[in-house]
Ligand binder design. Structure first.
Ligand code: MRU
Length: 337
């Protein structure tokens, strides 16, 4: 499986595949300033927990390049990191990667050295994510039966990571082992990551995929034709409660009711030692405009307000297993990591 070209460092800039335009257009953004990186993350040009973290790690290099001439380099550069940290609150990978970069910034003996070390660190985070995807793919595929049909939500693929995915890494591996019969991809209202991105990725990889409205998932599960539900996560609390794209929790409830295994696939960088359980996970709320229009047409009457959380938390009791690069586990607090 060739990695999806989600993000790439080029000399002095971060090249990003603009996911807002997929599947219609494959256009690349070239981010040379912190403002451009922050805006790309905030507006979901780059999205998905691991991809956001890696983009921010490269953003830290841009911050250091931007502030290299300052008389108070470390402090000014650190303030630029804060701009990146303020983009999206739920995916913990963002904060994990920025913490790593902050330590490097403050422990480097010179600004030249800081720039070099920050770039090496961003490359490492990118490579580690690719390696974690390969490992999770193998662990996950080992759990699937022959001729299986799986259901996924949002996009937890190459587009959401350094290029090979989390939930979709399992699906790619299952396909390469000849185990996979069909993938059902929830459309994923309101931004349609399943319809626009997951189906685009799977179609490119030659994997059979059908898109369904989110509201059809529960009745599909009741038919008995789904062998497993497989999703990613944005933040996993120590007890295993997992935040993922809005609509994941009802999917887990429906899977539990239908007796279908529900797997979360996420690297250790998605585990949050600061969250003992799901109640401490901050859920991002997004704007009215995401619900107000559809296909270029206004659908909400003027003055009607919305409730638009981007994520929900699935309690661990509805999660069959969490698949990470350390193995198949019940919760982060059950392993050494
Ligand atoms: O709002 P998004 O598109 O960034 O949300 C992404 C998700 O919820 C993914 O399922 C999650 O980040 C896991 S990606 C490997």
């Amino acid at each position: 499986m060739k990695p999806v070209p989600t993000l790439e460092w080029q000399i002095d800039r971060l090249k990003l595949l603009d996911q807002r335009l997929l599947p219609g257009e494959e256009v690349y953004l070239h981010c040379r300033t912190i403002g451009e990186v922050a805006s790309a993350i905030k507006t979901l040009a780059v999205r998905g927990a691991p991809a956001i973290g890696i983009a921010a790690a490269y953003g830290a290099v841009i911050a250091a390049l931007e502030t290299a001439g300052s008389s108070s380099f470390s402090e000014d550069c650190n303030r630029q990191f804060d701009i990146l940290a303020a983009t999206r609150p739920t995916a913990v990978n963002l904060f994990h990667c920025l913490d790593i970069q902050r330590k490097i910034l403050f422990s480097s003996p010179s600004r030249t050295e800081a720039i070099e070390r920050l770039l090496n660190s961003a490359h490492n985070l990118y490579e580690e994510d690719l390696e974690a995807s390969r490992t999770m793919g193998r662990f996950g595929a080992d759990l699937l039966p022959d001729n299986c049909t799986v259901l996924t939500h949002c996009n937890a693929g190459g587009l959401a990571t350094a290029g090979l995915g989390t939930a979709l890494a399992v699906i790619y591996e299952a396909h390469s082992r000849g185990l996979l019969s069909m993938v059902y991809a929830d459309e994923t209202r309101p931004l349609l990551q399943g319809a626009r991105l997951t189906s685009w990725e799977l179609k490119k990889a030659g994997i059979p995929v059908k898109v369904l409205p989110d509201s059809a998932a529960a009745s599909l599960l009741r038919t008995g034709s789904i062998d497993a539900v497989i999703t990613g996560a944005d933040r996993i609390a120590m007890n295993g409660d997992s935040a993922n794209k809005i609509g994941t929790y009802p999917l887990a409830l429906a899977a539990s009711e239908a007796g279908v295994p529900f797997y979360i696939v996420a690297p250790v960088s998605t585990f949050d030692p600061g969250s003992p359980d799901g109640t401490s996970i901050v859920i991002e709320e997004r704007g009215r405009e995401e619900l107000a229009g559809f296909g270029g047409r206004q659908i909400l009457p003027a003055g009607v307000e919305v409730y638009n959380p981007a994520f929900d938390v699935t309690p661990v009791k509805f999660i069959t297993s969490i698949i990470c690069e350390k193995g198949v586990i019940s919760s982060p607090d059950s392993i050494e990591w």
